[in-house]
Design a protein around this ligand. Structure first.
Ligand code: GUN
Ligand code: ZN
Length: 445
């Protein structure tokens, strides 16, 4: 192709495989003073700057990022954009938190102007945090999906989202029916799924808010549109798990409820999965169903400690990504989320290395969504979604980095002290969409 290219120059860190399965040495790719060449929204080449620079057309813009790490953009595998107005509300147990804060806040999305304002704020925060893809819950209102997709399409983001299905145990204003939920979702699939980089997720809220008829309809819809995604919640809180056992007495366990309705498989992703038994991990593995680990949310609501080591057990590894789970989650930053995942792992007596945490936030999330052939790593042919992480974003970080003597330690400090201030730039499909120190024009080589 002779379309113009753009290049980023700096230290590049990416993953070519799953370090939990293949080991870190085989999966981590670190290249100092590299060049990432982008063309037509994709990565055209990645290699040593000294080798690639002489081969570029002379007028190719090269953006140089010293003392930074260029990584794949972050993938947030679980988030509720309508819950931005309740971030940091009291950390009640899940079921109380839903009734007291969540359901009242979600009723406002009947108004598409409110939905558009929150969607704009949400996507802007993603860019400021280096999040280039996400799997997003909207509300029960179809217009809440339209609002989000309209804006995401303008940014050319690879975004997955869906209308929440809920027909019971919620205020009447937030309930659909098995039939209307099916019809509205089918219409949204026709309107949005596969438009540019957008993907539709069939989104039953969780087993307690969906009648058997609604779960049946959700399973039927997925069979009719098998390239869509499915997203829901699983085994987050003990009281919730007990309630599911009462509501579905015939199911073997919580996961089995979804299984019976045909809602497990590739491109199905379930948030939390904290209180799972061995059978459930095995079934996630066998069915290729993924889990979204949402540590800031789990700590805020006191839901429990996700057992990452159990989920990734080598005989039957489960696909796991990281989720912010806003508004139960407490940070938009995937660096903060990685850090909290590390602390949860500490409490589980199974330390998480910083590089493993970065994997979960990038390629791991892409793998969980079965999108790792397009996003989540830096390699020729991949979509050019990149985050540039400034290792000296604050005076404290700059000072601390002087005492760092390995990549691993630098990553550890980055995820301990870093947040949105450390995101120097965010590139989506080869276009600069966030420039922290804005205004700086893309310079010539
Ligand atoms: N389970 C069902 N709905 C929700 C929600 O909105 N947030 C969380 N954290 N868990 C849920
Ligand atoms: Zn959630």
């Amino acid at each position: 192709s002779d379309s113009p290219c753009t290049a980023l120059r700096g230290d590049v860190l990416s993953f070519r495989g799953d370090p939990f399965v293949d080991g870190l040495d085989a999966s981590l790719q670190y290249e100092r003073d590299a060049l990432v060449v982008m063309r037509d929204g994709r990565i055209d080449a990645i290699g040593p700057a000294a080798e690639l620079l002489p081969r570029l057309p002379a007028d190719t813009p090269v953006e140089h990022y010293p003392h930074a790490l260029i990584t794949a953009g972050f993938v947030d595998t679980h988030v509720h954009y309508p819950q931005l107005p309740i971030i940091g509300a009291r950390g009640l147990p899940l079921l109380d938190w839903l009734e007291r804060y969540t359901f009242p806040a979600e009723q406002a999305y009947a108004d598409i102007d409110h939905a558009r304002a929150m969607a704009r704020l949400y996507l802007g925060e993603n860019l400021r945090n280096g999040i280039t893809s996400a799997a997003v819950f909207c509300t029960v209102h179809p217009q809440s999906v339209d609002a989000l997709f309209e804006i995401a399409q303008g940014l050319d983001m690879r975004l997955v989202a869906g209308k929440v299905l809920m027909d019971r145990h919620a205020p009447p204003a937030l309930c659909d029916t098995a039939q209307s939920g099916y019809d509205d979702s089918a219409a949204l699939i026709a309107r949005w799924h596969g438009q540019g980089r957008l993907g539709y997720a069939i989104t039953p809220r969780f087993a307690p808010s969906c009648s058997p008829a609604q779960l049946e309809a959700a399973g039927a819809l997925w069979r009719e549109h098998p390239d869509c995604f499915v997203q829901s919640h699983l085994s987050e809180n003990r009281a919730e798990v007990d309630w599911v056992r009462e509501l579905f007495p015939d199911a073997r366990d919580y996961l089995d409820v979804y299984d019976r309705f045909g809602l497990l498989g590739p491109r199905a992703i379930y948030a939390h999965g904290i209180h799972l038994c061995e059978r459930e991990y095995g079934r996630c593995h066998d069915s290729d169903t993924a889990l979204a680990h949402c540590p800031t949310s789990n700590l805020f609501l006191g839901s429990g400690l996700f057992d990452l080591a159990a989920a990734k057990r080598a005989e039957r590894p489960v696909r796991v990504g990281l989720g912010t789970d806003l508004g139960a989650g407490t940070s938009f930053s995937m660096l903060r989320t990685m850090d909290e995942a590390g602390k949860v792992a500490q409490l589980r007596d199974a330390p998480l290395s910083p590089a493993h945490a970065l994997y979960l936030a990038t390629r791991g999330g892409a793998h969980a969504l079965h999108l790792d052939d397009r996003i989540g790593s830096i390699a020729p042919g991949m979509e050019a979604d990149l985050a540039v992480l400034d290792l000296r974003a604050t005076p404290l970080m700059a000072a601390r980095m002087q005492h760092v003597d390995s990549l691993d330690e630098a990553l550890a400090v980055l995820m301990t002290l870093g947040d949105d201030r450390a995101v120097r730039a965010t590139w989506i499909a080869g276009i600069l969409r966030h420039d922290r120190d804005h205004g700086e024009p893309v310079t010539r080589r």
